[in-house]
Write a protein that binds this ligand. Structure first.
Ligand code: ATP
Ligand code: MG
Length: 775
């Protein structure tokens, strides 16, 4: 038996050695699904399957690279090079370039990022003269994105009365027109957005049977990791490509499906057996990642979900320590706790920064953590914020490069035509856009043909436009003969971008210059890296594609010894010895936007399951009593997910505190923390509403008493019992005697209870002074 197979247990070996036909590995976190997928590819190759015939789809390109490295160790680097491995988006972008002409796109089509899409949609809304407060560009972009992921084209939209009506009801009857204009403009600009990469692949495979056949023959073996998070569009691509040979291997965990909000469909995994004939299902139960405490705690939480497949995850690892729960008064204090705790653990157990991760529900939570880490000089890296490539100065340079490759790229043009300033104003651009729409040409083409069209642009401006066109064309000539670095260097010098920031002279300007320098270095590294691969030479086209599809997680900085900060969504599939899950508060996690239906709440719970199961040795859960959100200090109460963990796996570093009331922010925010402030309202608690949290259990109180002295901070005006009172409670007052609460009103320091005492009197008492005892 091959040596590498000894690194698998029996249950894992079975799917690796599985011969032909569809198979599904369905198993809990840390049970070796990704390892099975990796080893299966190596095994197939050893069995003589040509790497050209294997396609592996992963959650990030970095994951694909790591898997490839492992496979290279087993079968040799030169063979592994020929594997097609990567995210859906990067693999199908490549295929679309080969086949672009069939769909009427140039093979050098631009990939619009979300920013580009949003700007374009904003521009269309403005051109149509619509109210931008009703037609919010971000919301419309979201909606269009969801249409595309469900393969609803413009025509399908109009043919679907439900969708049309929904938009009419939302007082946005012209969404269809915006959608149509957006698609036209993208097409005219030779651009695809992220969703198009899947939508157009589907179009390609359905409209052109010979193309479908070609790729079915090419990819005789298809493997998909994290299958639970594929959306409809991805599902259809996989289904079509694997239809002929049915050598499809999917691995996943229904309990880790966390992208429903972006259209991922958990049913893809649940229905897999129905979709293919003779599916063999393999289950893995042994977790190799985490301690017993972590595995069992995670099991005890996910059991609360109704919609799930039964799984029995266990581990032979040590018990490990309890999951530690920490309460802070503010988010700043929470940050300080995390920073000190990381520092202490690092010192005590001789760890490095790379052993730690801080996970949160929304990006905006990172700031307080960052501040605290910085103060303690702890190096960290934040993932998934504004990516390097989205920084203003970097995107400016990139837009020049995009334009060199594809002069029709309207978003790139709009962005840099007057940066650095060259006297081409808004009005001129509007005239050009109108003409472009009229002639059904790109703006750049209009600029090339100014003397043939009467545009009422004065000669001075005309000269400026001519100069711009000439400059871009000169870059194109360089691009024909050189690699990405040479072109970029030229662009940076000739456009005057560097001088612009130099002139600026402020520290910010200098930082921007340095960033541009870093971009140039990055391009050099990229070229080196590309040359190591078989079929690439470091052209500008390759570089731009890499940038367009790079997520923050993909970047190899070569300097991974830093604390990792990221949202839980990004942490999927990763593992760290020490994990801090911060912001464990109601309305934050579970998110206020995800508590309306059971299925939303269950998705939040799966998200928590993912978070907890990232930890190998130790998990911390932290929450605060108050938090700044959207510029307001809001009282917070501990997340129900802490309660849901079986108490025997927890250790409280501070006593749990029960807040007896809650704010419910009614907001429209996306998962990455962007908030529509206009919708921010705080709902006052209704008098008499029972607190959603029960009194600490005896078990917890026992633990509180066991606390080390000094660990707990005194908490002002927050009597453990007062806050937990509700209507109907029997209480005792030192002066008035026994009574029953008949009403509760107010919040925080103003919280009052109306009490009917046994001696006949009714009194309204301010709770923070009343010192009531529950009887
Ligand atoms: P997730 O659901 O989080 O994606 P997974 O099921 O993909 O997890 P892996 O990441 O493949 O799990 O494995 C989890 C950890 O356990 C990894 O560090 C892996 O190297 C290790 N591991 C898996 N199988 C074995 C084994 N048979 N022996 C030793 N270690 C193993
Ligand atoms: Mg995995």
């Amino acid at each position: 038996m091959e040596k590498y197979l000894e690194e698998l247990n029996e249950a894992q070996k079975a799917p690796v050695l599985h011969k032909e036909g569809p198979l599904m590995v369905i198993a809990g976190a840390g049970s070796g699904k990704t390892r099975v997928l990796t080893f299966r590819i190596a095994y197939l190759m050893e069995q003589g399957v040509d790497p050209f015939n294997i396609l592996a789809l992963t959650f990030t390109n970095k994951a694909a690279r790591e898997m490839k490295k492992r496979i290279a160790q087993i079968v040799g680097a030169s063979e592994a090079k020929n594997l097609w491995m990567g995210t859906f988006h990067s693999i199908f972008a490549k295929i679309l370039r080969f086949e672009a002409d069939k769909l009427g796109y140039p093979s050098n089509f631009t990939i619009y990022d979300t920013q580009d899409s949003q700007r374009l949609i904003g521009a269309i809304i403005k051109e149509m003269g619509l109210d931008k407060d009703i037609y919010k560009y971000k919301q419309i972009q979201n909606r269009i994105s969801s249409f595309k992921n469900s393969l609803i084209t413009v025509r399908a939209y109009y043919n679907n009365p439900e969708l049309v009506e929904a938009d009419a009801m939302a007082k946005r009857p012209r969404v269809g027109e915006i959608y149509e204009a957006y698609c036209d403009r993208c097409f005219k600009a030779g651009a695809m957005d992220f969703d198009d990469l899947l939508l157009k692949t589907n179009e390609l495979l359905t409209r052109f049977p010979e193309v479908l056949m070609k790729y079915q023959e090419r990819f005789k073996y298809i493997l998909v990791d994290e299958y639970q998070d594929t959306n409809h569009s991805q599902y259809l691509i996989v289904k079509a490509l694997s239809d002929r040979y049915q050598n499809i291997c999917v691995v996943g965990d229904d309990a880790q499906s966390i992208y429903a909000f972006r259209g991922a469909n958990i049913n893809n995994i649940l229905n897999f057996q129905r979709d293919y004939d003779d599916v063999k299902v393999y289950r893995l139960e042994q977790n190799y990642r985490s301690t017993k405490n972590i595995v069992n705690a995670a099991n005890s939480v996910i059991e609360k979900n109704k919609q799930r497949l039964d799984k029995n995850v266990w581990t032979a690892n040590d018990d490990g320590s309890f999951i530690k729960v920490q309460r802070s008064i503010t988010d700043a204090e929470e940050g300080r706790f995390v920073a000190s705790s990381i520092f202490e653990n690092k010192m005590q157990y001789q760890l490095s920064e790379g052993d730690f991760a801080v996970l949160y529900r929304t990006n905006s939570q990172s700031r307080a953590i960052e501040d605290a880490l910085r103060r303690k000089d702890i190096p960290y890296r934040i993932y998934g914020g504004l990516s390097f490539y989205q920084r203003k100065e970097i995107k400016d340079v990139l837009c020049y490069l995009r334009l060199v490759l594809n002069p029709k790229d309207e978003e790139a043009l709009v962005r840099i035509i007057n940066f650095p300033t060259r006297g081409i104003g808004q009005t001129t651009m509007e005239k050009l856009t109108v003409a472009a729409n009229h002639y059904k040409r790109s703006v750049f083409e209009v600029m090339e043909n100014l003397d043939k069209i009467d545009l009422k642009i004065n000669t001075g401006t005309k000269t400026k436009l001519d100069n711009f066109v000439t400059m871009i064309k000169s870059f194109q000539i360089i691009n024909k003969e050189s690699d990405a670095f040479t072109v970029a260097e030229h662009v940076v010098k000739k456009t005057g971008i560097l001088q612009e920031f130099k002139k600026d002279g402020t520290p910010e300007g200098i930082a921007r210059m340095e960033n541009i320098e870093e971009l140039l270095n990055g391009i050099k590294d990229f070229i080196e890296g590309q040359k190591e691969l078989a079929d690439a030479n470091g052209s500008l086209a390759e570089f731009l594609e890499d940038v367009a599809l790079a997520t923050d997680l993909d970047k190899d900085t070569g300097d991974d010894d830093r604390v990792a900060l990221m949202t839980i969504h990004l942490a999927k599939g990763l593992e760290f010895p020490y994990v801090y899950i911060v912001g464990m508060e109601e309305d934050l996690f579970p998110s206020a936007m995800s508590m309306n239906t059971r299925s939303e709440l269950e998705e939040e719970r799966r998200l928590f399951y993912v978070a907890l199961t990232r930890a190998e040795k130790q998990a911390y859960l932290t929450y605060t009593q108050s938090r700044y959100r959207w510029g307001k200090l809001i009282d917070a109460e501990p997340s129900r997910f802490i309660e849901e963990i079986d108490d025997k796996y927890l250790e409280y570093l501070t006593p749990p505190l029960d807040a007896g009331y809650r704010y419910k922010p009614l907001i429209d925010a996306d998962i990455f923390g962007e908030v529509d402030k206009s919708k921010l309202r705080l709902k006052r608690p209704v008098a008499g509403t029972p607190p959603s949290y029960k009194k600490p259990s005896e078990e917890k109180l026992r633990k509180l008493r066991k606390l080390k002295p000094g660990l707990d901070q005194p908490v002002e005006n927050n009597n453990l019992f007062d806050n937990d009172l509700s209507v109907g409670n029997k209480v005792e007052h030192s002066r008035f005697g026994k009574g029953e609460i008949i009403k509760i009103e107010g919040v925080g320091n103003d919280k009052k209870a109306e009490i009917k005492f046994e001696n006949g009197g009714i009194k309204k008492l301010l709770l923070r002074f009343a010192r009531l005892k529950v009887i």
